[in-house]
Design a protein around this ligand. Structure first.
Ligand SMILES: [Ca+2]
Length: 225
């Protein structure tokens, strides 16, 4: 009952006409969908409602990277994959687009040609439906824009072993130096998919020896059709 009440409150207070969370675009308190879901206790021991129940709300949890994991090593519900040489992935407090934290990939010269990911797993197929169309968006910022190809893209991987969904490996990165810019991608889950859950990968690879530092914040996955 508490959970339902909080959900209703969240829907009334925070959603605008597009079902977004306008608070997430402002500096101040983190948006409601930045909090861990009900299966994940907050650091203060409280239980926060799952962001993935209200239609139109963010399917991802902690998309603003504001909440840290229990041991403080990374953002709650996200997992860094930085085992390749030359790269680190961390949560930083400067710069951030919203709130007090953002995701940062720091890839040195030695990381050229290697892949780095940040993933969020156990995204329920109850909200990622075959035949439905989704919009993945967020904001990113980079320390350099010349000198080689830098690919930042998404991969949505179904646990059923069906083919990944993703955008092509083009030269995707912010166009301006040290400036937060929006990114947005759209995809439709094929109607014959039968996965029970999905994992989202935010993937970065660079083909340049220049050190690349890319920040990402306020990542949102919404059903749009
Ligand atoms: Ca943030």
């Amino acid at each position: 009952m508490l959970r339902l009440g909080l959900l209703l409150l969240a829907g009334v207070v925070a959603c605008d006409g597009d079902g977004r969370w306008p608070g997430g675009r402002d500096i101040g308190d983190p948006p409601l969908d930045d909090f861990p879901d009900a299966s994940f206790p907050g650091p203060d021991g409280s239980w926060i409602p799952d962001s993935g129940v209200v239609e139109g709300s963010n399917i991802l949890v902690n998309g603003g990277f504001e909440r840290l994991s229990t041991n403080g090593s990374f953002a709650a519900r996200w997992q860094p994959e930085a085992s390749n040489p030359g790269g680190t992935i961390s949560i930083v407090d400067d710069p951030s687009y919203t709130g007090e934290r953002a995701l940062e990939y720091d890839i040195a010269a030695a990381g050229e040609g290697y892949e780095f990911w940040v993933t969020q797993s156990n995204l329920s197929a109850e909200r990622l439906l075959p035949g439905a169309t989704y919009e993945l968006s967020g904001f990113y910022r980079i320390n350099q824009v010349g000198g080689g190809s830098i690919n930042f893209n998404y991969i949505l991987r179904p646990d059923s072993g069906q083919p990944d969904l993703g955008n092509d490996w083009d030269n995707t990165h912010p166009s301006e130096l040290d400036t937060w810019e929006p990114f947005v991608w759209e995809f439709t889950i094929p109607s014959d998919y039968g996965a029970a859950s999905y994992t989202l990968h935010l993937h970065l690879i660079k083909f340049t020896s220049i050190r690349v530092i890319l920040q990402v914040d306020e990542v949102s996955l919404l059903r749009i059709q």
